[in-house]
Design a binder for this molecule. Structure first.
Ligand SMILES: O=C(CO)[C@H](O)[C@H](O)COP(=O)(O)O
Length: 256
C-alpha cells in the first residue's frame, strides 16, 4: 500500500540518498587513487566534476610534493591548488602518467558520455595525453547496453560559436534533438566554455554500444565541432562506488 511520507520523513529520505551517492563517489575515488597512482608516477591529470573532488583530496593526503597535476578546466585548477598540489598545464606536460576523471554515463565497452560540466575538450586532451585513463563514478552512471539510457540530457558537443546555427540544422539531419546549453540562472544566454566555445546537448535517444564509435566519427567530421562528449576506446579502468559500499572495478578485460 502506498504510504505518503511526511515532510520531515521525505527530507530525511532525500538526505540519506544524497549521503549514499557522496559516499559512493568518495570510496570509488579513493580506491582509484590508491590502486593507480604509482610511486614512480610524476605527472597526473585531474579531471572535472563532483567525483574528482575526492581524487584531488586523496592525492593531497599523500603528501607527494614531486607530483605535478594538470587540470582539465577552471574548477579542476582550483581543486589542485586548494588541495596543496603543484599545478602544471597541458602545454607544459603533454606526457602524463595517469589521469583521473568522472563520467556522466558508462557503457559495457567503457565508452563514456562526458561534458555534463562543459569541460569535455580539455578533459579529452588530458585523457589522450595520459598513459592510463582512470574513471571514477557512482552507481547511477552505469548503462551497460546503451548510452543515453540513464543520461537524458543529450550528448554534450563543444562547438565554435559562429557555427552553432549551421550545426543545429546538421544535428537535426542526423536525427538528433540539439539544444544550445543555457547559462541560466547564473548567466543570460549560452554557457561559454573554458575555451570560449558553446555547448550543444544533442539527444540521440539510446545509442547501442556498437553504434557509438561511428556516430562519434560522423559528428567529429562536421565543420565547427571542436570535440564530442563521447570518449571511445580511451578508458583504461573504471571504479564505480556501489550503493552497498563496495567499489566495482572494471577494465578492458572485465567489461561492465
Ligand atoms: O565530464 C564532466 C564534466 O565536463 C564530469 O566528469 C562529469 O560530468 C561527471 O561529473 P560528476 O562527477 O559530478 O558526476
Amino acid at each position: 500500500m502506498l504510504r505518503l511520507l511526511s515532510k520531515p520523513q521525505f527530507k530525511r529520505t532525500i538526505a540519506t540518498m544524497v549521503d549514499l551517492v557522496e559516499q559512493s563517489k568518495k570510496l570509488a575515488a579513493y580506491k582509484a587513487v590508491d590502486e593507480n597512482l604509482k610511486p614512480s608516477d610524476k605527472y597526473i591529470g585531474i579531471g572535472s566534476g563532483s567525483t574528482v573532488v575526492y581524487v584531488a583530496e586523496r592525492i593531497g593526503q599523500l603528501k607527494r610534493p614531486e607530483l605535478v597535476c594538470v587540470p582539465t578546466g577552471f574548477q579542476s585548477k582550483d581543486l589542485i591548488i586548494s588541495n596543496g598540489l603543484t599545478l602544471g598545464s597541458i602545454d607544459q606536460y603533454c606526457d602524463l602518467d595517469v589521469a583521473f576523471d568522472g563520467a556522466d554515463e558508462i557503457d559495457s565497452q567503457l565508452n563514456l558520455i562526458k561534458g555534463g560540466g562543459a569541460c569535455l575538450f580539455q578533459e579529452k586532451l588530458v585523457a589522450s595525453c595520459s598513459k592510463k585513463f582512470v574513471v571514477v563514478a557512482d552507481y547511477r552512471k552505469k548503462s551497460p547496453e546503451k548510452l543515453g539510457y540513464g543520461w537524458k540530457k543529450g550528448v554534450p558537443i563543444e562547438v565554435v560559436p559562429s557555427a552553432y546555427p549551421k550545426l543545429l540544422r546538421e544535428f537535426v539531419s542526423l536525427k538528433g534533438k540539439p539544444t544550445l546549453r543555457s547559462g541560466l540562472p547564473g548567466k543570460a544566454g549560452p554557457i561559454v566554455t573554458d575555451n570560449g566555445n558553446f555547448i550543444l546537448d544533442v539527444d540521440f535517444g539510446e545509442i547501442p554500444v556498437e553504434k557509438v564509435e561511428s556516430l562519434n566519427s560522423t559528428i567529429k567530421a562536421l565543420c565547427g565541432v571542436v570535440e564530442t562528449g563521447f570518449f571511445v576506446n580511451m578508458t583504461s579502468k573504471v571504479y564505480i562506488g556501489e550503493e552497498n559500499g563496495e567499489v566495482l572495478k572494471i577494465d578492458s578485460c572485465s567489461k561492465l
